[in-house]
Write a new protein. Structure first.
Length: 156
């Protein structure tokens, strides 16, 4: 079992395309996403190529014991970024998400961002708990596809 205290972070690259697809296609991750359908690999390749070349999108992989344990995408606009986080199924509930989000906050400071934002379905209790635990505050509740979504914010 990888040690969540020894997680290394780096940008994803083209070689990570399939691993990112597999993690993002996890049924539990899909169920908490705004688009819940399974992602065809061909569609993912196009999306992935666009994201890794977009200067406003920063995609990171978090690796422990040579295994990707999670992913973060920061969609940057001006001095703020929307955080998207995914933790591999077998590492959930073990503190890995907390460490990934903590490292993401450090990355955001290094990028000179002022604010991190998150939009989380209210049914996604583990994510809401994680973001609140690391200092994100609830800004408002909105409806997305008839589901209640909490918008959270952290000043970094």
């Amino acid at each position: 079992m990888p040690d969540h205290k020894k997680i290394e972070v780096s940008m994803v690259d083209e070689a990570d395309c399939k691993a990112v697809w597999l993690i993002n296609n996890d049924p539990e991750i899909r169920s908490m996403s705004f688009s819940q359908e399974s992602i065809p690999y061909e569609d993912h390749i196009k999306w992935f190529q666009k994201k890794i070349t977009d200067k406003n999108s920063k995609m990171y992989k978090f690796v422990s014991s040579n295994k990707i344990v999670g992913l973060v995408r920061l969609d940057v606009e001006k001095k703020q970024a929307l955080v998207n986080i995914a933790v591999r199924h077998e590492f959930r509930g073990k503190g890995v998400g907390t460490e990934i989000l903590r490292l993401t906050i450090i990355l955001a400071k290094g990028l000179k961002l002022k604010t991190l934002l998150a939009e989380i379905k209210q049914t996604n209790k583990p994510s809401l708990k994680l973001f609140n635990k690391l200092g994100f505050f609830e800004k408002e509740t909105i409806l997305v596809n008839k589901e209640k979504v909490t918008k959270l914010e952290l000043n970094v």
